[in-house]
Write a protein that binds this ligand. Structure first.
Ligand code: ASP
Length: 344
């Protein structure tokens, strides 16, 4: 190639190189702060977390604030307004984890409005990670939490009364495909998909993960667990590595769905490990879901599990067994609900 041709080619390729360069730079850019959360009920949760993140607050404070917000919603699936177990008792599970791998959790706690804050106290004030049942409640009261009434919310009472007619434990796998939704049946409450007049229940755990302006990750999960579960049953939500896992070098993940299946594969730990191997958040979630499906496809057809993950660049992704898992994202670039891809 002579010099003239080389210069001509150079002139032609220069803009291309610049574009490629700026594209590469864009890919390399980290989106922060950012918060992602399970389900569409994550939108107000993210808004609450964003108040802290956008004021340069910590991801830990942000995820706790988000979880507190939804625990306050009386007609929601998490917190004291959630569905009871088969004995008519609301028992709550929650955990929290920060960028130093500090973590705390409570399981099967009753009559305490903000299990996520108790979980944070377990993390900060004790040498332990999980407190359960009466012990968790005792610890909460000792730390200034108020013992609330054990009355069910109206929605939960109606659903429970309906459920008692058959007393069948049959988790609803995928709310968007339910006949009640397809028939446009009236739903109750601000987080409507969780509450059906016919007493069917959805699993809508709130799991959220945030990265703050410093690039530190934290996560929190809060739930009343599977509706009409056996008294004493603990799901994945308060289990570190199942319902939530944070590794500040790599990323963080949370989950919603049939907790037993998530526990069996140490779900969120697995997702983070897949990200460590170089998979994108979405692919990491997909591979974890595949692990569940591969073991027993017929069983997986009757279940829903969704994983949601974020890496250190603020890239995020989700994957579920079934159609219907959605998640909410808030950053400087967006504020919206996304539908997760699914396998079956
Ligand atoms: N994962 C929760 C549990 O098993 C349920 C849910 O996601 O709603 O308790």
């Amino acid at each position: 190639m002579n010099r003239r041709k080389f210069l001509q080619l150079g002139a032609l390729t220069a803009p291309l190189l610049t574009t490629t360069k700026s594209f590469a730079k864009k890919l390399d850019q980290t989106t922060k702060p950012i918060v992602i959360s399970t389900w569409d009920s994550g939108m107000p949760v993210n808004a609450e977390a964003w108040k802290i993140l956008s004021a340069s607050g910590s991801a830990l404070d942000a995820v706790e604030a988000g979880a507190i917000h939804i625990e306050n919603e009386i007609n929601c699936c998490v917190g004291l307004g959630g569905y009871p177990d088969r004995d008519g008792i609301v028992t709550l599970d929650s955990c929290i984890m920060d960028h130093h791998a500090n973590c705390g959790a409570v399981a099967g706690i009753e009559r305490i409005k903000h299990p996520v804050s108790v979980a944070r106290k377990v993390m900060e004030k004790t040498p332990h990670v999980i407190l359960v049942g009466a012990g968790a409640q005792q610890f909460a009261i000792e730390n200034g939490f108020i013992l609330e009434s054990n009355t069910l919310s109206n929605d939960a009472q109606n659903a429970y009364t309906e459920w008692l007619k058959k007393s069948e434990y049959k988790p609803v796998i995928n709310i968007e495909n339910q006949p009640a939704v397809q028939a446009g049946k009236k739903q109750n409450g601000p987080f409507a998909p969780n509450f059906f007049e016919d007493g069917t229940a959805n699993h809508d755990t709130m799991g959220l993960v945030a990265m703050d302006v410093k690039g530190n990750l934290s996560g929190a999960v809060t739930t009343s667990g599977m509706a009409f579960k056996l008294h004493g049953r603990v799901g994945d939500s308060p289990i570190i590595g199942a319902g939530l896992f944070v590794d500040n070098e790599i990323g963080a993940a949370t989950s919603s769905g049939t907790g037993e299946e998530v526990i069996r594969i140490c779900g969120t730990h697995l997702v983070v490990e897949f990200m460590r191997q170089g998979y994108s958040p979405e692919m990491a979630c997909k591979k974890a879901v595949e692990r569940i499906v591969k073991r027993d496809k017929a069983k997986a057809k009757t279940l829903q599990v969704g994983f949601l993950a974020m890496n250190k660049k603020g890239q995020y992704g989700a994957y579920a067994i079934q159609k219907g898992f959605v998640f909410s994202v808030k950053s400087n670039n967006e504020n919206q609900i996304h539908s997760s891809k699914y396998i079956l």
